[in-house]
Structures are given as C-alpha cells and as structure tokens.
Design a protein around this ligand. Structure first.
Ligand code: ARG
Ligand code: ZN
Length: 867
C-alpha cells in the first residue's frame, strides 16, 4: 500500500497539451478533456499500455484519435488503455458530482460556488489523467455554466474567449501558456464580486490584480491586495523574480481543507487566511494573511515555474517557500519578533512530530497517503534547512545559488538534491554532508560543555551532537550544523572572537564532537549559543539562573534574550513541578519587573518575553509528561508573577494602549500586544481593576484585536458571570459573520478555564457549528485537542474519547480532516502512563473500525507502530 521514493520511474507518456471543456450543472458536471499524448523518449520500460489515474469518475466516453476505444479497463483508481501508438490524442468525458464531494478534493461546491483543490492528487477526481507532478502540460480551459447563477467563471492563465450560449448559459475560455503539473490546475464558478488593483513590474508590465469574494465579504479585501503588492515588489527586489502572466487572481472560499493553494495565476484561499477588516480580524490574522498571501504568490517561482519531480520532493517547494515568506515577514515587521514566534511554533509542534511515531525526514522515503505529509517537518523544518544553507553561504552566495536554481530548472520538475546542487555550484561549497538534513529524521541534540584556563586566557567550548532513533532509522550519521554564537564578558561587553574583532561567528559542527578555542580572554565569559536559532536542534548547556538573567538583558541577539527568559521560566516551572522548589524563584519576578519598567524596549518583544513557556513546550521537555501536574506548576508561577507585578501591569495598561484608528502597523501591533498581555494576566488573578478594564475594553473596542483580547481575558478568568455575559453579547453582535463566529468558538474550546468536554460538546450542537465546514471543525475540535491540553488530557480520559468519537464521524466524509485531527493522539508515548494508555486505547479503537480511510489508517497504524 505504501509508495517508495526508491521506486521512482519517469512517466511512460508525456502530455503536451490539455484541452478541457467543463459543463457545470446543479447536480453534476461533465468534463470533456482532450489530451495530446506521446511516448516519453526517456522511458526505458517500453510500456505499451497507457495508465491514467481516476477516482470516483463516471466514464461517459473514450476516444483515441477520434475512434471509440473498446478494450480499455477501469479498475479501482485507474483507467488502462492497452497498446497505444507513439503519438495520439485521447478524448475523455467524465461525469462528476461536485455537490456531493465532501472530501473537498477535486471539484466541489462551497456556499453555492464551484471551486477546486487539486494538490496533491485531486485532479484525478475531475478527469482521467497521469496525475503526477512530473507530467507538465499547457492547459486550455473552457467553462460553461448558467449565466445568472455563475456570472464569474475563472481558470488558470489569461481569458481568451467568452460569450453567450443557449438556455441562459455562458462560457469563458482560459489559456495558460506555462506548462504545469495537474496539481496546479484550478477553476472557480460563482456569483462573486471583483476587487481590482494593479501592480507594475520592474520591467514595466502592468499586472491586473483581481480578488473574487462573496458580496458579503466585499469590505475585507484591502489587506490581502496590499499584502500581495508588497510580496510582488519584495520578490523582485530580494530574489529577482518577476510575475509572468498578465493577470493574477485570488479567490476566497469558505470550505477549504488547508490554508491556501498556489494554482497558477488563480490562488484559492481559505476565507480565514485572506479576508480581513479591522472590525472582524485580529492583528494575528492580519499577520497570518500577509504571510500566506506572500507564500502563495512566491510559489509562482518556487513551486510553479520550478516544480517537484514527485511528492517525496514536496519540501523543495514548501521548505523554500516558507523560508521565503519568513524572510518577507521579517522585512515587513520586526525580524526578532517574527523569529521568536516562528521558532516557538517549530520547537513545540515540529519537535514533537520529530520525536513521535510519525517522524519522517524532510524528504520522506515512503508514504501511504501523501496528504498526510503536508507536515511541519516538510514545511517548517524544511524551511530551517534552507535557512541553514543561507547561513552557511551568506546572503550573496545564497542569492547566486537561487538565481542559478531558477535559471537551470525553469519549466522542470526537480528534486531537493537539484536545489542543493545549484547552491553548491554557485558557491563552491561542499554540501554533501549537509544533505543528511533531508534524509535523516529526528531533532539533533547538542550537548555543550566548556572550560576556562585562567592562566592562558583560553576558553574552550566542546559540542557533542547526537540524534535519537526514529521509525526506520536506528542509527544516525552526524549532521553539518551551523551554530551562530558570541561570548559576553561580565560587564556585558561582547568579546572579540578573532583577529578581525568580530563579536559573532558561525561555528560549523560536522563531527560527533568538536572543540572550539577562544584565546586572549581576561575572565570566563558567558556563552551566547545558537543565536537566532541557527539550526533546528535542542541545545543543552547548564547555564545558571543568574547567567540566564544576565543574558535576558545583555545578549546582543534579541532571539537569545527571549530564549534565555524562556529557559529561566522553564527551569522555575519544572523545578516546582518536580518538587525541587516549592516557591517561585523571586529572580524570575524581578527579571519580568525589569522588562516592564525599562523604558525604550520594543513592546512586542516585551510581550513575548513575559509569556511563560507554553504547556505544550513544557510537555515536550518532560519525559512521561503529567499534564495536570505541569499545568498546576505553570499556573502557580503565572499567578505568583502576575500578583507580584500587578502595579506594573496596570501601569503598562495606562501607558501603552493605542487609541485612534486601527492600522496594521508594527508600532500599534506591538502596543496592543503588550497591553493585552497585561490585561490577560490581571484578569487571570481575579483583579477587580483588571476585570473593569476588560469590560470597558470589550464595550468600547473598535477593532477585533482589542475586542477579542477583552473577551478572552474574561473567559480565562474567575469572573464567571462577566464571562458568560460577554460570550453571549459577542455572539449576538457577530453571528452574521462566520469568521468571527469561528473566533468565538475557539475562545471557548481553547480555554483552560471553561473548555471542558461538556462545553465543547455543547458547541458541536450549536446552530452555527457545521460538520462540513473544516474551519468550524478545526476551531472547535482541533483547538480543543491541539491547544487546550488541560482538558484534552483530562485524567479521566474523557477528552481523548471525545476526540476519538469526532474523528470517527468525520472520517466518513472528509478523511484529510479526520487524519489532521488525529495528530494530537499520535504523541501518546510522550505522556504519563494513565494518559498514554487512554490515548493508545482510542487509537486502537479507531484502527479496528471498518472502512477506515487511507488517510486515517496511515496515521493510526503508524502511531501504534504497526506499519
Ligand atoms: N501547496 C499549498 C500551500 O502550501 C498547500 C496544499 C495542501 N494540500 C493538501 N492536500 N494537503 O500553500
Ligand atoms: Zn506552500
């Protein structure tokens, strides 16, 4: 059942041109496709039969060079046409049922419109086709539909023909001149409003930018269009990449399995990742939209012009594109804050994936269902791997490597190895060993020890690397790891590390153990290691609490200042949980007090530093995690800190809250973030002034960032009456807006205070909940299991059983979503015995179900160590 990288063979047939005519009706669609096919000269298999993929298709007609085919076979998933000629054209008509397509793969309906999602293997649910990314063709697409119900008809490329048809129908024909794999095909039909803008490229071409949304969302397009223009300008400036078609379209769709999709010239987005207005979307949503719009746009080069040879190479486009969108976000706002948020997510979620039963390399070597491999490892660790190449080569060489990669492979379907080779060829660096980052799974661990010889003034750092075994990989070879670092003297001075007086350097680890010497030092320095998180590794060095406090305020690297604070807080929390301490170390409180009272600090940074390490991160750092105990310790620390700093928090509220018109602008965002963090801490300790401020802010806020922050502050507080009143009012005010209702759901399902199984069960019965809408499912069930660890890991196992029941229900109609939701259960081995047993029990029950989808089967059996 599994597909293996080692079995890759070039396609036996190539397709030069695809001509599609798609007739849309209310209860079905007819897809007429003409394929120009020829034998692949590079194929040595001499295959005589043409084998096409196809799923849930009604085959209406099949003709080869104009003559009906009679000897074909239709099997589960395939259409075989025996003994075909060297060159021919094939005409295929299939009947499909978009209205009944609940998997949201292929062509489906979402709130009255037709749309597609073809990556990775959805095109085979539209028509018979060699549905693999290394078959690249030029597409012409004619869409026919009722004119009144579907005035807007879109597909990839440029519109070349349109007109009226009989019976009130019309057609629009699109032509995409760039060869592309089938996963980049897209079409949309609906009654949509169009928002126009334009962008003039560096070479002076004017690109038509168009955004299509339902009429009710008309006022929510501005931010996405502004983000798009920034991304287009940035990609020209930083990567020399100009847009290639005359028109670029963005469509918002309510029912969508993922965030968004980079279809050539016609990006389709989950509404939640593209629509925003100050009244309905938070700063976090603005930020996410800016980066996702950029991400999809950047795919036009890293993904579309140069695509993947096969799905094992997924990180070729995703790792590189995430790296590019991270760089873009860093340039749009604060690079340090961007890095902190990103690493925080990577370390909690991707590290957990790497340590669990689904661990796989950035370039996996086998899969059962490719949809399960759109993972944090492929995306986020993949981006870190590209970042390390950037660090090793430096920005200029990296750019040369990227230019070479695009020039060499334009129009091709290639591998991660081709990417690395372009980087090597441009820079003359040898990345042979570095390639292990693509091949070996698991998070490497660095153990650092040091010694100082006072007599000679020599400081020696010794770094040992290791990497735990992962499924199918018991032994690991050493990685090539860049460690950016510096040394700091006791007076806070950054010490020179070499003859050129550089105070920062990148150590390159290649062996299992390496020692690095620094001489000419007057005293033992404090090491600042892995600056900017220069490699996705776990680092172990025994800093004292005093050293961590010192680094929190003195490290020249902002990321490491934050990380020192996290390490200090982790140490304080875990020593309470493990009974090594009973009281909260007052130094932690003082460190926070300093942060709150030092003038001139970046407020976004202060907000991040004040946030205690998440329960998820603490679990990741603990063997046999007892969630209730960890939570208890974390809660104790939070309460102590917030009580001790009450006056300073109130002062922050008085000083920093921005008034006036909302703008998504770094200064305002930072001020809101700090002020709202202070509010949350005040309400959590049950402070009356905090409560009054939250109520006032809830009443008066003119933007969703402040309104939702006030709501959450009340929800996660002991003020039970105020909390329920606020929830009711929020719902009454916003019930007409599904995106805001999603936030309302998440505020409850994610709440450690109120989001227990009973509450979440009630939410499932709420009229606004919709099983067929992935966003609703994610916001209630996904947020509960993924973020509300307190209640999900309730010691009686009720949270686990609840999730199991919902997965089972969802698997019957949307397997991608059921498999996504099962993720939290896969980490079962990380937990204390009582939790572990109950999670594994739920996994076993799922495994034993009849008719398990392939998606869920893979997740469940691999988690149990059975496949
Ligand atoms: N390529 C899309 C993106 O990263 C995601 C598509 C996900 N599709 C899937 N079947 N999982 O922007
Ligand atoms: Zn992507």
């Amino acid at each position: 059942q599994a597909v293996h990288l080692a079995d890759y063979r070039v396609p036996a047939f190539l397709i030069d041109h695809v001509d599609l005519r798609i007739e849309l009706f209310e209860d079905c669609a007819l897809v007429h496709s003409r394929l120009n096919i020829r034998r692949n000269p590079a194929d040595e298999s001499q295959a005589r039969d043409l084998v096409l993929n196809g799923e849930e298709l009604g085959l209406e007609s099949l003709m080869l060079d104009g003559r009906p085919v009679e000897n074909h076979r239709v099997d589960e998933g395939f259409l075989t046409v025996p003994s075909v000629p060297e060159h021919f054209h094939l005409d295929v008509t299939t009947r499909i049922h978009p209205r009944d397509n609940t998997r949201l793969e292929g062509l489906y309906q979402s709130s009255g419109m037709f749309c597609t999602q073809c990556e990775a293997e959805g095109f085979r649910r539209i028509t018979y086709f060699p549905d693999r990314p290394d078959v690249m063709a030029c597409y012409r697409t004619r869409i026919e539909a009722d004119r009144e119900a579907y005035p807007v008809l879109l597909a990839n490329g440029n519109p070349v023909d349109w007109g009226e048809l009989e019976d009130g129908r019309h057609q629009v024909t699109w032509e995409d001149p760039y060869p592309k794999p089938s996963y980049l095909f897209a079409m949309v039909a609906g009654d949509l409003v169009e928002k126009r803008d334009e962008f003039v490229t560096g070479s002076g071409r004017t690109i038509d930018l168009r955004m299509y949304v339902e009429a009710r969302n008309e006022a929510k397009c501005e931010h996405a269009l502004a983000s798009l223009k920034k991304a287009m300008a940035w990609d020209e400036e930083v990567y020399g990449r100009e847009y290639d078609l005359d028109i670029f379209m963005v469509v918002a769709v309510d029912d969508f399995n993922m965030g968004a999709m980079e279809n050539k010239g016609l990006n389709i987005f989950n509404s939640s990742c593209v629509l925003a207005s100050p009244e309905t979307a938070t700063d976090a949503a603005y930020d996410r939209i800016e980066s996702i719009v950029a991400h999809e746009y950047f795919h036009n080069w890293s993904g579309n012009r140069v695509t993947c040879r096969d799905w094992f190479q997924l990180s070729l486009k995703e790792g590189f594109t995430v790296f590019r969108d991270n760089q873009f976000s860093a340039d749009m706002g604060s690079p340090t804050v961007q890095r902190i948020d990103h690493v925080n997510m990577l370390r909690t979620a991707q590290f957990a994936e790497d340590a669990g039963p689904m661990a796989h390399p950035v370039r996996p070597d086998s899969y059962i269902e490719i949809a399960n491999f759109y993972t944090l490892t492929v995306y986020e660790k993949g981006a870190e791997v590209v970042r390390m190449i950037h660090t090793l080569l430096g920005p200029d060489m990296f750019r040369e490597g990227s230019d070479l990669y695009f020039a060499r492979h334009d129009g091709q379907a290639v591998t991660t190895d081709d990417f690395v080779r372009a980087m090597e060829d441009a820079s003359s660096r040898d990345l042979t060993q570095f390639r292990r980052w693509y091949e070996q799974a698991g998070t490497p661990e660095l153990r650092v020890t040091d010694a100082f010889d006072a007599e000679s003034g020599t400081y020696t750092l010794t770094i040992r690397q290791s990497c735990p075994a992962t499924p199918g990989q018991s032994h690991k070879e050493p990685f090539h790891i860049p460690v950016r670092m510096g040394l700091i003297a006791s007076d806070g001075e950054a010490l020179p590390l070499d003859a050129e007086q550089n105070t920062e350097t990148v150590l390159e680890l290649t062996d299992t153990e390496h020692s690095f010497q620094f001489s000419g030092l007057a005293e033992r320095p404090v090491p600042s290691l892995l600056r900017g998180f220069s490699a996705p590794v776990k680092l172990d060095y025994s800093w004292t609490r005093d050293q961590l406090m010192f680094l929190m305020s003195r490290d020249p690297d902002g990321f490491n200042r934050w990380d020192a604070g996290q390490k200090l807080a982790v140490d304080v929390i875990l020593s309470i949980q493990q009974g090594r301490d009973t009281e909260v170390d007052p130094r932690l409180v003082e460190a926070y007090r300093t942060l709150l009272t030092t003038p001139g600090l970046d407020r976004a940074m202060v907000a991040r530093m004040l946030a205690l390490p998440s329960t998820a991160w603490l679990i990741e750092l603990t063997d046999e995690a007892d969630v209730a105990a960890i939570d208890g310790a974390r809660h104790q620390v939070e309460q102590t800190v917030a009580r001790a700093l009450r006056d300073e928090l109130l002062q922050v509220r008085a000083d920093h809250h921005p008034g006036g018109d909302y703008a998504f602008e770094p200064g305002q965002v930072a001020a809101r973030s700090l002020s709202n963090s202070a509010l949350a801490l005040l309400t959590r300790i049950g402070d009356d002034q905090g409560r009054d401020q939250a109520l006032a802010q809830f009443d008066q806020a003119t933007n969703m960032t402040d309104r939702l922050a006030a709501l959450k502050a009340l929800v996660d507080s002991p003020f039970s009456q105020e909390r329920e009143d606020a929830l009711a009012r929020f719902h009454a005010d916003w019930q007409h807006d599904p995106q805001v209702v999603e936030q309302w759901f998440a505020a409850q399902s994610g709440s450690p205070w109120i989001g227990n199984v009973n509450r979440v069960t009630e939410l499932l019965a709420h009229p606004a909940f919709d099983w067929k809408n992935p966003n609703k499912v994610r916001m209630v069930i996904g947020v509960f299991a993924g973020r509300n660890l307190t209640h999900f890991h309730s010691p009686d196992g009720s949270g686990h059983r609840f999730l199991g029941e919902q997965i089972r229900r969802l698997d019957a109609f949307n397997p991608q979503i059921s498999a996504q939701l099962a993720q939290p259960l896969t980490r079962w081995r990380q937990y204390a015995p009582h939790l572990r047993d109950s999670m594994a029990g739920v996994l076993r029950e799922l495994r034993d179900l009849p008719d398990l989808s392939r998606d869920l089967y893979e997740v469940v059996t691999k988690s149990l160590g059975e496949s």
